[in-house]
Ligand binder design. Structure first.
Ligand code: SIN
Length: 515
């Protein structure tokens, strides 16, 4: 049944307006199925309370792809009410029922994977091959948590007293707010959403402003799969509307947990806002991944891993290597080979088959990368490749860049670059490499390249990060706990650990038993 408040919601007024105001001509893109122009609340496709909209455009060429509702607190309130109503039934479904509907959703996501990958490339700009890989990766969370739902078991504990039995049950925490980032428009959401649904929570999802279309397509397929109305709600908002929308989510007493992927800066604000409400907070924030190449490394393996890890989504990933620490004995060989491989990376529109480097997501991100590189060069870094924007390719492109002689005084030494820039520091000893690697106040991922097994164990133990890749640049998977230490976040996503953010333990003591 619809929550009362939704009945009064002017969902249909959009039909009375000049539809062309809303359905902006999107050239032949309008032929692409699953591209939505409304948000999804309580199983309905809705516009914003005040019918405002914002445009979603392709960062590769600036073309408008769609216009979606620019929602505010009133819309969020409706979404929270819908999720609260739906929770009453969803929390009482069996794990088997949740698993079944999630499997159906997974099957539909697989069936439509090409289309979803196209949407990702359109709104996020990543090369189509990467978008297809993201769909497989994002879908793997749905599949994994559809299976994991049936293993969220409680415990019976050994009691000291013969007359007492101790039980521990795992229960869903309630309605959760899931706020995600632009760089993985699907996977960063399914990693949260699938775990929350498996646990029995209902959700208000707030995708990134730049990339809401993938989330809306995903919601459509969830709807088709039979996920009951109100269990998943997707709200959309512009950059200007995000602060009040997120504020409302953090302060709503009806939202029991917030899971956020994004910058350390915003993560800290969310944490502060939730603290007075003693709300469950899970934060997957930025990193400054060291990529350490020791003298004993296989240089080809290290170079291929560097390319895969650094240039995934044009460097816009939080696990991308931020500083390459290269030991003096292998330094020249590694840098020379890396440059040979980087010269092969073609920049351009990700929908073209051979493109490997897409655009930055928006002008602000491009400007940030430009400033970090200029700052490093002005403080003595040696730019041996790239080092500037690529206006002939498009407005938002930055050349794959290599900076050597990077030092602590440069901003990019401590700050996350989030762009296609390799910054290199030469070191002599293992101890020195660990000191440099652990200097930042964040610690998400780290990478080690070495053929010395003792060194691998020593260094991975002493790196202050949540995840380590050893002779491997791509470490993410649905089965593993993804997350960081220090200011890189709180909690883990993925694997059986990812369920923890969405459950409460309930201990039940049964006393006065007679045997
Ligand atoms: C991220 O960059 O936020 C996530 C990357 C991943 O899941 O591999």
């Amino acid at each position: 049944m619809l929550p009362r408040v939704l009945k009064t919601y002017n969902r249909c007024s959009i039909n009375n307006r000049n539809i062309m105001d809303i359905m902006y001509p999107i050239r032949n893109l309008s032929q692409l199925p699953l591209i939505k122009q409304r948000a999804y609340i309580d199983g309905e496709w809705v516009c914003a309370a005040d019918e405002r909209i914002f445009t979603v455009s392709n960062p590769a060429n600036g073309e408008i792809i769609s216009k979606v509702p620019d929602m505010d607190e009133r819309d969020v309130e409706l979404a929270i009410k819908a999720a609260s109503s739906a929770f009453v039934e969803w929390k009482n479904t069996t794990a088997y029922e949740r698993s079944r509907v999630m499997k159906k959703w997974y099957d539909l996501m697989v069936k439509h994977k090409e289309t979803i990958a196209q949407i990702i490339t359109l709104e996020c700009g990543k090369p189509f091959a990467e978008s297809k890989a993201e769909v497989n990766y994002g879908n793997s969370y749905i599949e994994y948590y559809a299976e994991e739902a049936r293993r969220i078991n409680g415990e019976i504990l050994q009691s000291t007293y013969p007359t007492k039995k101790y039980f521990v049950e795992k229960q869903p925490i309630g309605v959760v707010g899931l706020i995600s980032a632009y760089n993985f428009p699907l996977a960063m959401i399914t990693r949260k959403l699938a775990a929350a649904l498996a646990a029995g929570c209902t959700c208000v999802v707030k995708p990134a402003t730049d990339t809401p279309l993938t989330a809306l397509a995903m919601a459509e397929l969830g709807h088709e799969a039979g996920i009951p109305k109100g269990v998943v709600n997707v709200i959309t908002s512009s950059h200007a509307s995000n602060p009040p929308v997120v504020d409302f989510m953090c302060k709503s007493p009806d939202i029991r947990g917030i899971s956020f992927t994004g910058s350390v800066q915003v993560g800290k604000i969310i944490n502060e806002k939730c603290a007075p409400y003693v709300k469950r907070v899970s934060l997957e924030l930025g990193g400054n991944a060291p990529f350490i190449v020791f003298n004993s490394a296989d240089v080809d393996v290290a170079v291929q891993a560097a390319i895969a890890s650094k240039f995934r989504n044009s460097g816009q990933t939080c696990v991308a290597p931020n500083r390459f620490l290269v030991q003096d004995g292998i330094y020249d060989c590694f840098v020379d080979n890396l440059i040979v491989e980087m010269r092969k990376l073609k920049m351009g529109d990700g929908s073209q088959g051979d493109v490997k480097i897409g655009p930055m997501i928006n002008a602000a991100q491009l400007e940030k990368v430009r400033q970090l590189v200029d700052d490093a060069i002005s403080k003595g870094a040696n730019c041996i490749l790239g080092g500037k924007r690529a206006p002939l390719v498009g407005d938002l492109y930055y050349e794959p860049t290599v900076l050597t002689d990077v030092r602590e005084t440069m901003k990019l030494y401590m700050e996350e670059i989030f762009g296609p820039v390799v910054s290199i520091v030469k070191f002599r000893t293992e101890e020195e490499s660990l000191f440099i690697a652990n200097q930042p106040d964040v610690g998400l991922a780290g990478y080690i390249f070495s053929s010395d097994i003792s060194q691998i164990f020593r260094v991975s133990k002493n790196l202050e990060v949540g995840m380590v890749g050893v002779n491997e640049g791509i470490i993410s998977a649905a089965e593993v706990p993804f997350g960081g230490v220090k200011k890189s976040g709180i909690g883990r996503e993925g694997g059986h650990n990812g369920i923890e953010d969405y459950i409460d333990y309930k201990y039940v003591c049964i006393g006065n038993l007679r045997f």
